[in-house]
Design a protein around this ligand. Structure first.
Ligand code: BGC
Length: 482
């Protein structure tokens, strides 16, 4: 009897051991699959030095093609009619309206010339629909520190961060929306005329005097504080760059040459495309299912609107193929755009030994109750692959512009070049910005790298628009031109 009981007990132990072994095997298989997906991803997202140089060359080539003719390239290379940048001498009261991807700002600045610079600046945030109403309220709240002679028309610098084909410094039509905006009836319309009408309806004595892209505003704000600022880059919800070009080098420019000989070009580099860009099936699927398939390819690799979404797609595949988050797929993981790049950077920056923040975020965003450290580490690894690729490609883009400007190869005079950079990804995703700066410096080499300076622009696009409104100011009497 005792023997039978012992035998039965042994059988139970053996069965339990077999289950444990099977479970361990299953676990090992699962992780082997996850590791395979990760290493495959790392391989296909890799942007080694040689490839970055190809991307930089392609950027240079496309820039030239875009400058040569209207539809010569995926890069629009839009002429901005900004042929002089602020000098610091600007004086007076100017308003600005800054409509971007995430932010909407209205501001006014009192400029005091070289000595005093920006004497005072204020801003408010409102919604697009209430632009004119917000402006009216804002103007009504003008305090004593802002001075404008009675009856003077208020001038407004307008930063509109979308591709606009400009017809002058203060007019232009919307080519297309980006960053998920989709008010179709606005496409092809003169943005400034629309806004001026809305302002008039509010009874405001105010007029848009300059229309600029956020990169152009950022370039203006950068130049205002540093004469060597030649390039501006936005790495935020969307991405783009602007730089000063020699007007002689713009074959498609047929109007009289500007006095300064220079013209700011809004590259719209988000639409850059090249066979050298390291793309995966995740990027292809994201593009195909986006609001603008086939467009903004470079933006879809490097900007805040998309990087988090790429990470989500990868995690979803790992969950489907290797039960990364257990036997059931967490339903929220299937929701497009639920993972913001801001969440991604918070997880990526988690330095706690246990990756606690990653666990909290996974719970908050995807309602994944509990995760092992190994799983959390894997999530961080995926964030790292995608942000490294984006940052390295952004560096290659900047290198391409330097190349176009003849500043990517060492020369005896070693001219200093400042690049003003702004946008949430650049500002808050320090892993990304550090990686980008390191990559650019590696690409330039140790002799040249010290003469290329990247400077944070600190929300300069609105201020830049006000500065440009000032540089192009005519201070009309309200009844003369209104
Ligand atoms: C827009 C650009 C803008 C950039 C950064 C892109 O999606 O097309 O005009 O400069 O985002 O805001």
């Amino acid at each position: 009897m005792r023997k039978a009981a012992a035998l039965a007990a042994a059988a139970v132990v053996a069965a339990a051991a077999a289950i444990a072994v099977r479970q361990r095997l299953r676990e090992a298989k699962r992780w082997a699959r996850v590791a395979a997906v990760l290493s495959d991803l790392q391989e296909r997202c890799a942007a080694p030095a040689a490839r970055l140089l190809q991307v930089s060359d392609a950027m240079d080539v496309e820039m030239r093609a875009g400058l040569a003719s209207e539809d010569g390239s995926k890069l629009k290379m839009l002429v901005t009619y900004v042929d002089s940048l602020p000098s610091g001498d600007e004086k007076g009261l100017f308003y600005a309206l800054d409509l971007g991807g995430t932010n909407f700002r209205v501001l006014r600045v009192q400029l005091g010339g070289k000595e005093q610079r920006v004497i005072k600046q204020e801003s408010v945030g409102e919604l697009f629909d209430f632009i004119a109403a917000a402006l009216a309220k804002f103007v009504a709240s003008e305090g004593e520190d802002y001075h404008l002679p009675e009856g003077t028309l208020r001038q407004l610098g307008f930063t509109f961060s979308f591709p606009v084909k400009q017809t002058s410094i203060s007019s232009g039509t919307l080519i297309k929306w980006t960053k998920g905006f989709a008010i179709e009836e606005m496409v092809g319309k003169d943005i400034v005329a629309e806004l001026n009408e809305a302002i008039k309806r509010q009874g405001l004595v105010m007029k848009v005097s300059t229309l600029v892209n956020d990169t152009v505003g950022t370039l203006a704000a950068g130049r205002y504080v540093d004469d060597d600022t030649m390039i501006a880059v936005i790495l935020g919800t969307g991405t783009n760059a602007a730089y000063t070009e020699n007007a002689h080098a713009i074959p498609k420019w047929h109007a009289p040459l500007p006095m300064s000989g220079d013209m700011v070009i809004n590259m719209e580099w988000g639409n850059f495309k090249s066979a050298h860009l390291p793309l995966t099936e995740f990027d292809q699927a994201l593009d195909a299912e986006s609001l603008n398939p086939g467009e903004q390819n470079y933006e879809k690799l490097t900007s805040g609107m998309y990087m988090g979404e790429i990470v989500r797609r990868i995690l979803l595949q790992m969950a489907q193929e290797a039960a990364l988050f257990g036997d059931n797929i967490p339903p929220k993981l299937e929701t497009p755009y639920i993972l913001k790049t801001f969440h991604m950077l918070v997880m990526h920056h988690d330095v706690s030994p246990d990756l606690e923040t990653v666990g909290i975020k996974l719970k908050e965003i995807f309602q994944i109750e509990s995760t092992s450290r190994k799983t959390r580490k894997l999530v961080v690894d995926v964030c790292e692959v995608i942000s490294t690729r984006g940052a390295r490609l952004a560096a290659a883009g900047i290198h391409g512009i330097l190349k176009k400007l003849g500043r990517a190869t060492d020369s005896p005079d070693k001219r200093r070049t400042v690049i003003a950079v702004d946008g949430g990804v650049y500002k808050y995703y320090t892993f990304f910005s550090e990686c980008m700066e390191r990559t650019l410096s590696d690409m330039l080499g140790e002799d040249l790298a010290p003469s290329v300076v990247i400077k944070p622009a600190n929300d300069g696009s609105g201020l830049g628009a006000a500065l440009l409104a000032a540089s192009y100011s005519q201070y009309l009497q309200a009844d003369e031109d209104y």
